[in-house]
Design a protein around this ligand. Structure first.
Ligand SMILES: O=P(O)(O)OC[C@H]1O[C@](O)(CO)[C@@H](O)[C@@H]1O
Length: 596
């Protein structure tokens, strides 16, 4: 069985530990859930073998020469609904693209897409359908899961969100002391956080959305690190704050501890009954929501056919964003994503943006051997796009076995990273220019949300930004000596909804071609269960002085040192809780060190 190394670094300064850098060997995660199937892997098909052989031709070709072929470049440009994709800077010829279509055929890509839209249980390890497209479908659409049209359920929740968010925004739903709720803290992590944060960042400076958000704040509490709590509640008054607990399962340890912490913040300031007015939930698990103490009437449902990382268009994103910007703004977002859903389902492959993006990714990863992809939006409003796509892509396609449980003899999945241009240029672009070949997604926007044109300047500020957007791809493509590749994607206006849906579907295309299940995440689940074992140990050692047991030497050493460096007994724990409860404010940073 292969092994993958990983690093863990305890922050030596904060914890006052001696150097604790350690290298862990984690077993590559294999899921023995499904019987080994006799199905053919995609690498055994003729189109895969043809592409493998074809890489030799491509290696002899310089991108500079490919870029001189006008006809080739022209056929590598696709436009749809305000998006323009130029993939002419890919290390690919028209023959490559043709061979990729054949690969798609061998992977039954069209049929797989149809199976997804028709609600088949394509997430076979969890026995679920995958229907995030239903979250943004028009009211009259019919999309079935297990023989039931789910669209009316989707719209029931959307209507409920519209109604609730309007009440909060117009002051007919007020806090326990009668004050309007103008600030929202959304608690959630992973898919219950990254998508909503991305959209919030994209809307924050949108001229129309800004008007609707006047006087309101939306914050996100994700990390279980108490520093994140302190930062979230800093300057907020529980009397005017609404907390939205977002968790598909309502069991995620980080989210639930943060939810209990903010419940304490509210009830210690306003009394336990205030929770009913100040806390609402988004979840598929309404039983646990009620158990937590949130009235199920104040809960907004979604369904197990929505994967966490694909959930931004469910109540997960729609509720907090509607509270901040109003439902009408969010509805436009849903419509934009829906337009790409329809395009993905029906457009022929040669004009299908997510399909092209997905096939090119497969080409780069599995044939050219480029494991990473840089996502480079030339728009500050898209600053959280790369972190969101990191989860969508890496949690989906970070798999080493096929959907039938067969270990993959080829690389699948991509390492995604990125920063808005031009910040990235002053950070990691050097490596892309001269160090390693990294396929790049350059994303440019035609019209700025916030244009500035200073008198006397040669160009407007947005043109200055876009000068870099146009220059960098060519610098990479032509270089001075080295060969690089990239693709460009220009949008007319800022269209986060269409980008989001395009990238979601791109990941799906990759997964279908690689023959993996893009919709489960068993590796992450392993980490969660190991954390449970550590949590039990910390409790036993803190409260009953039990020695650290049951871990390997390295973890035992680190845990023991951690426990020795900051000891507290139960009375101290109560005191800390007391502080949270009464003053609630986490000690200001000057006092924080007293606990270390
Ligand atoms: O919404 P939940 O159930 O709290 O889960 C949060 C996240 O945890 C994961 O299960 C693992 O990171 C993600 O898939 C999910 O988005």
């Amino acid at each position: 069985m292969p092994f993958r190394p990983s690093h863990s670094l305890l922050d030596c300064e904060l914890l006052n530990l001696a150097s604790a850098f350690c290298q862990l060997q984690l077993p590559f995660f294999f899921i023995p859930l499904v019987e080994m199937a006799s199905t053919t892997l995609i690498c055994d098909t003729q189109p895969w073998k043809d592409l493998k052989a074809h890489t030799e031709d491509i290696k002899k070709t310089h991108l500079r020469d490919l870029m001189n072929d006008k006809e080739r470049c022209e056929s590598m440009m696709v436009e749809f609904d305000g998006m323009f994709l130029d993939y002419s800077r890919q290390c690919a010829t028209l023959e490559t693209i043709d061979k990729l279509y054949k690969l798609a055929e061998a992977a039954s890509l069209k049929q797989q897409i149809n199976r997804m839209y028709s609600g088949e249980h394509i997430n076979s390890t969890e026995n679920r359908s995958v229907l995030h497209v239903a979250l943004r479908a028009p009211r009259d659409a019919v999309i079935n899961s297990d023989g039931k049209n789910v669209v009316p359920d989707v719209w029931n929740v959307l209507d409920k969100i519209k109604d609730f968010s309007e009440k909060v925004r117009n002051g007919s739903w007020v806090g326990a002391t009668g004050k309007p709720l103008k600030d929202v803290i959304a608690i959630g992590i992973g898919g219950s956080f990254l998508g909503p944060l991305f959209v919030h960042a994209a809307l924050q400076t949108d001229p129309e959305a800004v008007e609707f958000a006047k006087g309101r704040q939306l914050r996100f509490l994700a990390n279980v690190d108490p520093i994140d709590v302190a930062r979230n509640i800093a300057g907020l008054n529980p009397e005017t704050t609404l907390v939205v607990v977002v968790s598909k399962t309502f069991t995620t340890a980080e989210t639930m501890l943060n939810a209990r912490t903010l419940r304490e913040w509210i009830s210690s300031a306003l009394g336990p009954s205030a929770v009913a007015k100040h806390m609402v939930a988004v979840s598929t698990n309404l039983t646990l929501v009620e158990k937590f103490g949130i009235d199920p009437n104040n809960a907004f449902a979604f369904w197990d056919w929505v994967g966490g990382r694909y959930s931004v268009c469910s109540a997960v994103g729609v509720l907090p964003l509607s509270l901040q910007y109003g439902f009408s703004i969010v509805e436009k977002f849903l419509k934009g994503a829906s337009s790409i859903d329809e395009h993905f389902r029906s457009a022929p492959f040669e004009k299908n943006i997510p399909v092209l993006l997905g096939l090119l990714s497969v080409w780069n990863v599995s044939f050219l051997g480029y494991p990473a992809r840089a996502i480079l939006p030339y728009s500050q409003a898209l600053e959280k796009f790369a972190p969101h796509i990191q989860q969508v892509s890496m949690e989906s396609n970070g798999k080493g076995v096929s959907i039938d449980g067969v270990p993959l003899p080829y690389e699948a999945g991509e390492i995604d990273f990125g920063e808005p241009g031009t910040n990235g240029q002053h950070s990691f672009y050097q490596l892309i220019h001269q160090g390693r070949v990294i396929p790049c997604d350059f994303i440019g926007i035609v019209k700025s949300q916030q244009p500035v044109y200073l008198k006397g300047e040669v160009v407007s500020n947005h043109d200055e930004l876009m000068s870099n957007f146009f220059a960098q791809p060519d610098a990479l493509a032509y270089g001075k000596t080295a060969e690089q590749l990239l693709k460009e994607n220009v949008s007319q206006h800022l269209i986060p909804h269409k980008l989001l849906a395009s990238y979601e579907h791109r990941v799906t295309v990759e997964g279908f071609v690689w023959g993996i299940n893009s919709f489960d995440q068993w590796g992450v689940e392993l980490g969660k269960s190991l954390a449970t074992q550590v949590r039990k140990q910390l409790n036993a050692s803190r409260t009953k002085s039990e020695p650290v047991e049951g871990f390997n030497f390295s973890t035992t050493t680190l845990l023991t040192r951690y426990l020795q460096r900051w000891r507290y007994d139960l009375s101290e724990i109560l005191e800390i809780h007391g502080n949270l409860g009464k003053k609630m404010i986490i000690p200001p940073s000057s006092q924080m060190h007293t606990h270390v």
